[in-house]
Ligand binder design. Structure first.
Ligand code: EPZ
Length: 429
């Protein structure tokens, strides 16, 4: 058994394409909401308890659990609920091999710095889609009075006494930087104002929790967040919002296979950009308060998509849309503005017969009648999911290797697709 740098077994997903995906599916809680909500537990006073509901069963959630467990938080999982109790002394030095498993581990930096006044953590690694710098996170902390040094691949941050509230303008509405600075500001002395803050729904989920934990926090207009620091945060509970990216992935699975899918326990208002683009391409989309139904009507028409910060079209659905538009009529153009290297699925889709060329940060897709099954490799979780979608639609057999990437963000992906009519299995290497 080959272990990919300590992360689970290497596995592959085998698909026999051509079967329409039809039926209903309840969508999991959002990975990108659960992770910052878990990190917020670091801010609680000793003995306080945080209860999270609708927490998805994912590798990245397990990784965050092991980090918090190392720090002394005794995470307890019961079904889709997760509880965390704040220990007397939080261990601040998390080992490198734990931190390196997941970039989002950087989200413990802000809470730890604010809680303990000093933190030494390994610099998070990059990943295939980009270098993933954290300069905006660190700029925020230094404006709040922290001294930051980067030595031998470690971040050393210390604040003599408490962090101070500050006015921080984010050059880019970074999701992680917004979340990290918000959490650092909750225990700072005074008021912090974050301008040009990210507006993703996952950040609202975090703000709602912090408000329930006793923080005076709110938005002043669409992109400005104001946080008044407090002495201590008490325990509370909250539900993780539905995963809009996972929901979008299954919707596209229904459309790309000429089927009909109804996703439930979703928030359609978090998915307006995707639904509008699917509509524009010729998909029939209906929705209620917490469900969306998408039906294939006729071969899609090519469209233009540009990924943008929320509420623009999400970069995390860019690869999945590329699979879909590979078999649309005419030409589509997808421009990726968020990450510098998020077209690695292009060469894999080409192996399946897609006609795509990349010019700068745009991919020009000339639709083909159908894709053909091939051996392809997942490079990150969203590209992996996109290749599975392409395989569901292709004629013949597709084998997606390094499928363990997908487990980081998709709960029971193979089982769910199989229950919706796909001929799909997973094989361990
Ligand atoms: C979050 O990553 C998500 N991850 C990503 O989802 C998502 O793609 C991304 O937001 C954009 O929506 C989690 O929430 C755990 P950013 P994050 O900071 O916070 C640059 C997935 O598939 N930047 O908004 O890292 C950065 O290089 C993952 O679930 C700086 O330059 O995203 C990137 O080009 C993938 N300096 C852009 O901003 C900084 O200090 C967006 O990054 C921070 C970011």
């Amino acid at each position: 058994m080959i272990y990919l740098d300590g992360r689970g077994k290497m596995s592959k997903i085998v698909i026999e394409g051509g079967k329409p995906i039809t039926g209903r599916l309840r969508i999991q809680g959002a990975k990108n909401a659960a992770l910052p909500l878990m990190a917020a537990s670091i801010l609680m006073g000793e003995g306080e308890r945080l209860l999270l509901r609708n927490v998805p069963h994912l590798k990245d959630v397990e990784t965050m659990e092991s980090i918090l467990s190392f720090m002394g938080f005794l995470p307890e999982r019961e079904g889709n609920s997760l509880s965390l109790v704040a220990p007397k002394d939080i261990k601040g030095e998390v080992p490198y091999d734990l931190m390196r498993k997941m970039r989002a581990s950087v989200l413990i930096l802000g809470p730890l710095l604010s809680k303990k006044g000093k933190v030494v953590l390994p610099l998070p690694g990059g990943c295939p889609i980009g270098t993933r710098p954290i300069d905006l996170h660190l700029k925020g902390f230094s404006l709040m009075g922290a001294e930051i040094a980067i030595k031998h691949g470690y971040i050393e941050a210390k604040a003599d006494g408490k962090l101070r509230g500050a006015k921080i303008y984010l050059d880019f509405p970074s999701v992680g930087a917004t979340e990290n600075i918000i959490m650092a500001a909750t225990l700072a002395k005074g008021t912090t104002v974050i301008e040009n803050a990210a507006r993703e729904p996952e950040i609202h989920n975090l703000m709602d929790l912090l408000y329930k934990m006793g923080v005076d926090i709110g938005r002043d207009g669409e992109s400005t967040i104001v946080i008044k620091g407090v002495e201590e945060l008490k325990g509370s509970e909250i539900s993780v919002i539905p995963d809009r990216i996972v929901a979008g992935t299954y919707i596209i699975a229904g459309v790309i296979t000429k089927g009909n899918i109804r996703v439930e326990n979703v928030n359609p208002f978090h998915m307006e950009a995707l639904l509008a683009k699917l509509n524009e391409a010729g998909v029939r989309v209906e929705h209620g308060e917490n469900w969306i139904e998408a039906s294939f009507v006729e071969r899609l028409s090519g469209i233009k998509i540009t990924t943008l910060p929320y509420p623009g079209f999400p970069t995390d659905l860019q690869a999945q849309m590329m699979s879909l538009l590979s078999i649309a009529k005419g030409t589509s153009i997808i421009t990726e503005t968020i990450f510098e290297n998020r077209f690695m699925h292009v060469s894999e889709l080409r192996r399946m017969g897609a006609n795509i060329r990349v010019e700068g940060n745009s991919a020009i897709i000339d639709g083909v009648e159908s894709l053909s099954g091939a051996q392809v490799i997942a490079t990150d979780l969203r590209a992996g999911a996109a290749l599975v979608l392409a395989g569901l639609s292709a004629t013949g057999i597709t084998v997606v290797s390094k499928a363990e990437h997908i487990d980081r963000g998709y709960e029971s992906f193979v089982e769910n697709l199989s229950s919706l009519g796909a001929r799909i299995t997973r094989e361990e290497d």
